[in-house]
Design a protein around this ligand. Sequence first.
Ligand SMILES: *Cc1c(COP(=O)(O)O)cnc(C)c1O
Length: 363
Amino acid sequence: MNWKSILSTMKPYAPGRSIAEVKRIYGLQEVHKLASNENPYGTSPAVAEYLSACADQFEMYPDVYTSGLRTTLAKHHQVEPSELLISNGSDEMVTIISRALLQPGVNTVMASVTFPQYVHNAKIEGAEIRQVAMLENGDHDLEGFLEAADEQTAIIWVCNPNNPTGNFLSSQTIKDFLDRAPKTALIVLDEAYFEYVTSSEQENAIRWIHDYDNLLISRTFSKAYGLASFRIGYAVANEGIIQELNKVRNPFNTNTLALGAAEVALADQQFLNDCVTKNEAERNRFVAYARENQLAIYPSETNFVLIEVPIDADEACEILLQHGYIVRSGNLLGTPGYVRITIGTEQQNTGLFKAFDQLLTNK
Ligand SMILES: *Cc1c(COP(=O)(O)O)cnc(C)c1O
């Protein structure tokens, strides 16, 4: 068959081990998955209530216009509903944006290392990929981005905070970049971890969409809202951008239950704030643990940390698995010598530190 030739060089997404698998393989009773940056506190209890109460009209297609969630989000963010697009997770947003803008002859600029789906989609669309090495502290090299970009640049991906480092760029830094970036390129600000940022140097970038008409902000319900299983992400940008992306979007890309669950979760800001407060306290414990043990750690503003390991990262993951902790090896993420750990609950983290101690005595 005539597959796109690039596919021969690509692999499907490799998920980490599941809890059930690890229990079986290692004969463990208790296993904690701290690998995918899911919310360890679950989701708002109002979501379960909503789901048990909604029991009709499953035979109907979802609302093509996603009017309910779009109107609610528009109010929440003080934008027009026409300035919003809802997707099947922000993963799908990356696909929609790439499909609309990338093709052979254009290029796309991003950091190395960053969220791998930008490269993945660019390959499929046949665009040239320009990766700019991160600075030593893990920040995006935005000066390098400007040097790499030209009139053929269709998309610039700014992942803020960045996955897998957790690094955060201040709003002032981003605005200075937007002022100088080519106006012909769409600047995607992927803010999957926006809600977790506690730095005082973060403004709500959604306020800027009328100042920069090539700016798109991507957010998700998967992380701080704890709705990863429902797959709801959204973009905020000026109407012209949303109109073009809507041509590419599958009409029924999100489902009725998920749209409803997201509305309910959005209404429970108390739950969100509690999660963010607990996450910050636990994040500080990781920083303290790294310092005590003289391990490098990137400055995270998210619900995960990228922390140095004293042995090979795959071996470190293996030892942590034996103790019932699933984390992500830096060897997979482009950061050898490090593992990415989702910040769990207080109890999970205490257990994780104990298991991590084993790596230190083994070195
Ligand atoms: C988790 C993550 C996403 C994907 O989130 P979904 O909405 O679950 O698809 C997007 N971007 C970054 C940087 C992420 O870490």
